[in-house]
Write a protein that binds this ligand. Structure first.
Ligand code: BGC
Length: 739
């Protein structure tokens, strides 16, 4: 696939000329029409389209149907302005890739980029030209159902994965001859909702907003994304759809974003339920004043803006600006010259072999091997295997929440994947129990299958509808009777491999500590069963690493690796050895602030994942012991495959700014490299650290690199690694409290 990209240029004179000429012919109502998004799944809105009152039509699928409604816009509306057709193409269109959380666990930006190009290729064939993704909400609370939709708890990784997706969507032009738009969401800090309850209050400081939640959005804007979606939640007391500070001051003025700002679904209406506006008119005023261009399906702009402008309550200029941006995008996409989708492409590309193969490749790299006692895995493909559990033969759960046009009957289940890999005659199957409800009636069959087999593969987890939007959970355990089934099967004493299919980290301590092998497969998509079998039978080694910390219990949440330093750390960070600290009786005294009933550490740390081989790190080198604050230091290490199988390692680099003007995280990811090594082979991983990697927003919310000691680690997860130090030279660190 050709990866030439089509970044938008917002200053093309020819497009500008055409947009201005068109605007000059438009009525106020028609301009407002460009600011309206309608959900075609609920209402095809044909009369409105004919009246020129719809800018974006979403959730209409297939070239024929898209062409039919497009013809209404182009042939029956006064000015013939084409519709922008959009969809949530989040993890593929018909060929469903692993959920975004899983994709990120591959730490393979090339495959993630390729996924985006394939998703866009299928979407374009079916008439879609705009997708509401990437979702780059940093998510530190696994109770939040939408943790499934992003790249996990780390800011840096969300930046890298977001950028890869944007590049992948932009590359669709080279693959299809048609341009495609993406939309970064949800701007901003949606993942910080209280207790992981979806749509709930977000109350964080501007400093946390800038250091933790905003950088991935900035990364996508820098990568040339064309549209941004405001989030549902409030930020610093204002819902994002009415937040001038966020949408105008930061996004437009600080970052120079020239593209289109859409709200989330119905969010302009919800300004009233938020208690920010007392009427639809006031809600429209608040959204326009904040900088919103498009009202997503709330019909508030549609019903109120014209009157507000003619009565002078809303100025004409923002309407002109919003309509300009929408029309610019439509010209840039080529919709005015070629509004229709050619017939026949869907049959060629949807779910084609190459796309399935790419989904399988990404699924393989997305899965994280969490336990492999005694080297139970990989399994021999001979012998009898019992494949049990409620998700063993389930084609629905692996598709996750945003399966777009994916179909459960097209999914390769784990059972099918294993049957294909080692012959159906050797495979016994029993579901054992239902996922959430029902009794123990099926246990006996599952236990009998286990007893008759040499090894058991037990497939457990969550349904597709237990994560995703509006699907948060307070309990992070296995739903229903699954843990009981697990214990019953475990009691047979047969070698036991558990495969988890789920959309969030689960807290399952008994499972994590008692089964021989545990593979976290996430929701792996259409090709999930093949990918599981590829790993279980050792066609390749697992290489995914966690992008979220796995807690021991829901009560431990939030638990994330890059927590702030505290005065009495629960886990000794070792930073004291670099400080001139006179000894005190109670310091260092780790483990004092942990919960009484849990260890301070999580079940599995961020960055962790096993392989069928293992990797040794040695020879950490830094290019300098000291650098100026605008300088760079190169950090490298040798990674060696010390085992007997080929494998990929994700080498990770972390830094800590030991003394800062404000408290800094105990460590932060600042780079990663995936490296393939044959047995005995070694390679060097190299990283370059400069301003972007070492700086942060200080108490004045200015981005600074502060002088002082930095620690740096290179290793295979967030807890170990080779450690070095260097100094950033300069004057004294400011106390951060001055002007
Ligand atoms: C979700 C968005 C999505 C939009 C359009 C909303 O409810 O929050 O993520 O893009 O719907 O479907």
């Amino acid at each position: 696939m050709n990866h030439t990209r089509s970044r938008i240029n917002w200053n093309e004179p020819e497009i500008d000329r055409r947009v201005r000429a068109l605007l000059a012919r438009m009525t106020l109502a028609e301009k407002i029409g460009q600011m309206v998004y309608k959900d075609g799944a609920k209402d095809r809105a044909e009369a409105l389209i004919r009246a020129g009152s719809v800018g974006i039509l979403a959730n209409v699928h297939g070239a024929d149907e898209v062409n039919r409604v497009q013809a209404i816009a182009v042939q029956e509306s006064r000015l013939g302005i084409p519709l922008l057709t959009g969809n949530d193409v989040i993890q593929g269109y018909r060929t469903i890739f692993p959920i975004p959380l899983a994709q990120a666990s591959s730490w393979n930006c090339e495959l993630i980029e390729r996924h985006a190009t394939i998703a866009a290729t299928e979407a374009i064939a079916a008439g879609t030209r705009w997708t509401c993704t990437p979702m780059v909400d940093v998510a530190r609370d696994p109770r939040w159902g939408r943790i499934a939709e992003g790249a996990g708890e780390d800011t840096w990784l969300n930046c890298a994965v977001g950028r890869a997706q944007v590049r992948g969507f932009q590359a669709a032009e080279a693959a299809t001859g048609r341009r495609f738009l993406s939309c970064v969401k949800h701007f901003a800090a949606y993942g910080a909702c209280e207790a992981g309850r979806d749509y709930d209050t977000v109350d964080i400081s501007e400093n946390t907003l800038r250091n933790v939640y905003l950088p991935p959005f900035r990364a996508c804007v820098d990568e040339g994304i064309e549209t941004v979606m405001a989030s549902f939640n409030e930020i610093l007391g204002r819902p994002a759809a009415a937040n001038h500070f966020l949408l105008t001051q930061i996004l437009r003025e600080e970052w120079g974003f020239a593209g289109l700002i859409v709200t989330d679904y119905n969010a302009v209406y919800e300004l009233m339920t938020h208690g920010i506006a007392g009427s639809p008119g006031a809600a429209a005023c608040a959204a326009i004043a904040a900088g919103v261009d498009v009202d997503m399906n709330a019909d508030i702009f549609l019903g109120n803006l014209e009157k507000l402008v003619t009565s002078g309550r809303v100025a004409a200029a923002p309407i002109e600006g919003s309509a300009y941006r929408m029309l610019y995008l439509k010209f840039w996409l080529g919709l005015f010259d070629d509004p229709y989708t050619p017939a026949g492409r869907e049959a060629e590309v949807l779910l084609c072999g190459a796309h399935r193969e790419a989904a399988r490749a990404l699924a393989r790299q997305s899965m994280v091997l969490l336990r492999n006692e005694g080297g139970l895995l990989p399994l021999p493909s001979t012998g009898r295997i019992a494949v049990v559990g409620p998700l063993a033969d389930d084609g629905d759960a692996p598709l996750g929440w945003w399966r777009c046009r994916g179909r459960a009957e097209e999914t390769v289940t784990v059972l099918e994947g294993i049957r294909q890999a080692c012959g159906a005659a050797n495979v016994l199957h029993a579901a054992g129990c239902a996922l959430t409800e029902g009794g123990r009636e099926g246990f006996a069959d599952a236990v009998a299958a286990a007893q008759a087999a040499d090894v058991v593969v037990l497939v457990l987890g969550e349904s597709a509808r237990m994560s995703g939007e509006a699907h948060s959970r307070a309990d992070l355990g296995l739903p229903g009777r699954q843990e009981e089934l697990l214990r019953a099967v475990h009691a047979t004493g047969k070698p036991l491999v558990v495969v988890l299919i789920n959309g969030r980290p689960l807290a399952t301590p008994w499972l994590a500590e008692n089964v021989s092998a545990l593979l976290e497969a996430w929701q792996p998509g259409t090709e999930g069963g093949h990918a599981v079998a590829d790993l279980l039978f050792g066609r390749c080694s697992p290489s995914g690493k966690l992008v979220v910390t796995i807690p021991r219990a829901a009560g431990q949440v939030p638990v994330y690796y890059n927590r702030k330093t505290t005065g009495r750390p629960a886990v000794d960070t070792g930073a004291w050895q670099y400080l001139d600290m006179p000894p005190r009786p109670f310091y260092p005294e780790p483990d004092t602030t942990r919960h009484l009933d849990l260890p301070a550490t999580p079940q599995f740390p961020f960055g962790f994942g096993l392989s069928y081989t293992w990797f040794e790190y040695r020879d950490l080198q830094l290019s300098a012991a000291a650098i100026p604050s605008d300088g760079r230091v190169e950090v490298s290490a040798t990674v060696r495959n010390a085992g007997e199988r080929p494998g990929d390692e994700v080498a990770q680099l972390y830094v800590q700014d030991v003394v800062g003007s404000i408290t800094r995280p105990v460590k932060e990811l600042r780079g990663f490299r995936r490296i393939s090594l044959r047995p005995g082979e070694e390679g060097r991983v190299e990283f370059s650290l400069g301003r972007a990697e070492l700086g942060f927003f200080d108490a004045r919310n200015e981005f600074v690199v502060e002088p002082g000691l930095f620690r740096v680690w290179i290793g295979g997860d967030s807890i170990g690694g080779l450690e070095g130090t260097f100094v950033v030279e300069g004057g004294a660190v400011s106390c951060g409290c001055g002007p």
